[in-house]
Design a binder for this molecule. Structure first.
Ligand code: DAH
Length: 344
């Protein structure tokens, strides 16, 4: 029995030393020291041992158990240390390696133009206002002096959600929403950039979704001269050059009188070229003196206050500014196109 015990110890130690994995080591502990393990198995034969030898065998068995326990735990520690060392070696960071370059996006040319427009007007004391893209018919048309049967509705073919709700066709409703919020207070001096929607077929110059920046100034004694002065100064800042500007009579239901503002062609300086269709002028916005009916409807006394409003299209301005010939480029997310504006 003594021999069997000693053989078992030797065999167990050989295995312990050759094991390279903590899990296997656990299995080995069970195999030798578990309830149904080999040591227990051998000790079952104790009854056949002569009574005076039993204490010797018993204490030998205990010693072996203790040595095996000890051997297994120290091997376990060893293995854990080795595993840690391997992990650390793998996780080592070589700080001298070149970094991975981060792919940087750019600002979309239309967003860039909107930001430039905002900066210029904020510099002139305007605030930036916002309004909903899903709008009530009453704000989009009615309160802007465009009743249901008005022919001007044909100019802005609309996406209706219900008979009373639509995707806004312009940012002008924000004029009315802002005046209502201000409850008759002056001055009102806002611009409102945002998306607008029209039921147009997409082509080089039309998109069913595009952008507008609306502007509104209301105060005592505002005249057409303020409109022209502010918008001319704006245009020169936006294009970064000296420009001629002219106002042409036009028609919008919510302004009276209404105008369109042209700037001298940014490409040829007014000589005539393809961009300005040989006229020397380029139209960049619609504007006018706020119609008394619009002021009154939004809670402003049109005898005391006057104002001007304007609306422009950043998409069109971006086309002009960057010499792009098709508005669809802005909406097709072609990286070859967008990458050209990374530094704008
Ligand atoms: N809302 C007009 C449009 O979509 C643009 C516009 C013209 C806005 C004149 C104005 C304005 O505020 O005074 O065509």
């Amino acid at each position: 029995m003594k021999d069997r015990l000693q053989a078992l110890e030797q065999e167990a130690f050989t295995s312990i030393r050759s094991i390279g994995d903590v899990e296997e080591l656990k299995a080995l502990r069970v195999r030798y020291l578990g309830k149904k393990g080999e040591l227990t198995e051998i000790l079952r034969g104790m009854k056949d041992v002569a009574p005076d030898e039993r204490p010797v065998i018993g204490s030998l068995a205990n010693d072996i158990r203790a040595r095996l326990e000890e051997g297994i735990s120290s091997r376990e520690e060893e293995l854990q240390e080795q595993a840690l060392e391997i992990r650390l070696r793998h996780e080592q960071i070589d700080v001298t390696l070149p970094g991975k370059p981060q792919a940087l996006g750019g600002i979309h040319p239309i967003s860039a133009v909107i930001e430039q427009i905002e900066d210029i007007f904020v510099g002139m004391g305007f605030e930036v206002a916002e309004g909903p893209e899903v709008e009530l018919d009453s704000y989009n048309f009615e309160s802007l002096n465009i009743p249901k049967d008005h022919p001007a509705r044909d100019m802005q073919d609309s996406f209706y959600v219900t008979p009373e709700i639509l995707l806004r066709t312009h940012t002008s409703p924000v004029q009315v929403r802002t005046m209502e919020k201000k409850e008759g207070q002056v001055p009102v001096k806002i611009i409102c950039p945002g998306k607008v929607y029209r039921r147009d077929d997409d082509d080089a110059t039309h998109s069913h979704q595009f952008h507008q920046v609306e502007g509104l100034v209301v105060d005592r004694g505002i005249a057409m001269s303020e409109l022209h002065g502010i918008l001319a100064a704006f245009a020169e800042k936006l294009f970064g050059m000296e420009l001629e500007t002219r106002l042409r009579p036009s028609y919008f239901p919510f302004t009276e009188p209404s105008v369109e503002m042209d700037i001298s062609c940014v490409q040829c300086g007014g000589q005539g070229c393809r961009m300005c269709k040989e006229t020397g002028w380029i139209e960049i916005l619609g504007a006018g003196m706020v119609h008394p009916r619009v002021l009154e409807g939004a809670g402003y006394d049109s005898e005391r206050y006057t104002g001007f409003a304007f609306g422009m299209g950043p998409d069109r301005i971006a086309l002009l500014k960057y010499g792009i010939d098709d508005i669809r480029h802005f909406y097709t997310n072609d990286l070859r196109f967008l990458r050209q504006f990374q530094s704008v």
